[in-house]
Design a binder for this molecule. Structure first.
Ligand SMILES: C[S@@+](CC[C@H](N)C(=O)[O-])C[C@H]1O[C@@H](n2cnc3c(N)ncnc32)[C@H](O)[C@@H]1O
Length: 278
């Protein structure tokens, strides 16, 4: 076995681009471009806020800190972090997410977040940011095909700490895709790259990070199967009657009744991968 010859960045690239190709919305940002999906994400994060509290307690923040939040979404981390530090720059390419972030900033009277509407891979650290930042965070936002280049840029933007949050093992939503793909489209679903690949890319860059594993419950509330259909019809790009009935049967099998609502539940294993810049 020629272990030393594996290019883990190529492994990441292949898995990420295959997954993004299989993402039926075509453009990976299409889902988060829609404001209603961004609002749903925000609401869900406010209901399940324990994980956000733990994240805030484990990141090294002081009142003087300048923080870069890459793929900030609607501000699950940026908003509470901004209340604790001097400055946050939030990089977020998806229009729906950015709209909700700006609304949240306004509603909470926050004026120390600078917003940059770009994908990380399209951004120039010198031209687009006011680097360096004491803390650079990319939380479940590593949809970057060239992860080595993305990490090199994070190192360029950071003066001290880098925190990456990602997945270990197959996620509940990937399990759904694995079971749905053959009947919906006649092909197999290929899950995206996980923390094993990420760790190996970092290792080959001479970065030996701390790795902390935790689990995160995932709940999605719907008032009816029709509402769940509307949400997922879009994500799976349902075009035919046959596909619609496959999806409806699948949703009926996974949604559980709870206090008059239908709930999709799952638990995913996640990781925090962090290091201090040398
Ligand atoms: C699941 S959300 C996570 C949001 C937030 N970081 C959190 O932890 O709550 C993923 C976010 O990453 C963003 N994202 C995905 N790929 C990205 C990229 N290449 N560059 C910057 N942001 C990206 C998406 O637009 C989306 O808002």
């Amino acid at each position: 076995m020629e272990y030393g010859k594996i290019d883990w960045n190529d492994v990441w690239k292949e898995l990420m681009t295959t997954q993004q190709r299989l993402d039926k919305t075509g453009d990976k940002n299409t889902h988060w471009n829609k404001k209603e999906n961004a609002e749903r994400f925000w609401k869900r994060s406010q209901t399940n806020s324990e994980r956000t509290d733990s994240t805030l307690s484990e990141i090294s923040l002081t009142p003087e800190s300048r923080v870069l939040d890459i793929g900030s979404g609607p501000g699950r981390l940026s908003i509470p972090i901004a209340k604790k530090v001097s400055h946050v720059t939030a990089v977020e390419p998806a229009a729906g997410m950015m709209d909700v972030l700006k609304e949240n900033m306004k509603a909470q009277g926050i004026n120390n977040i600078h917003c940059v509407s770009k994908r990380w891979e399209d951004l120039d650290v010198k031209a687009d940011l006011d680097a360096p930042y004491d803390v650079v965070i990319a939380s479940f936002s590593l949809g970057m095909p060239d992860i080595r280049e993305a990490i090199q840029k994070m190192e360029q933007a950071s003066s001290k700490y880098i925190y990456l949050y990602w997945f270990a093992g197959i996620t509940p939503w990937e399990e759904h895709s694995i079971s749905l793909w053959p009947s919906l489209y006649g092909t197999n679903y290929v899950p995206g790259p996980k923390c094993d690949v990420l760790y190996n890319v970092l290792y080959n860059m001479g970065i030996f990070p701390d790795v902390h594993v935790f689990s995160m419950d995932y709940t999605n509330y719907f008032s009816s199967v029709d509402e769940a259909m509307d949400f997922y019809r879009d994500r799976y790009v349902i075009e035919t009657q046959t596909q619609a009935s496959i999806l409806r049967d699948h949703l009926k099998s996974i949604l559980v009744q709870e206090n008059g609502q239908l709930v999709e539940k799952g638990t995913s294993t996640r990781v925090r991968i962090s290091w201090e810049k040398k």
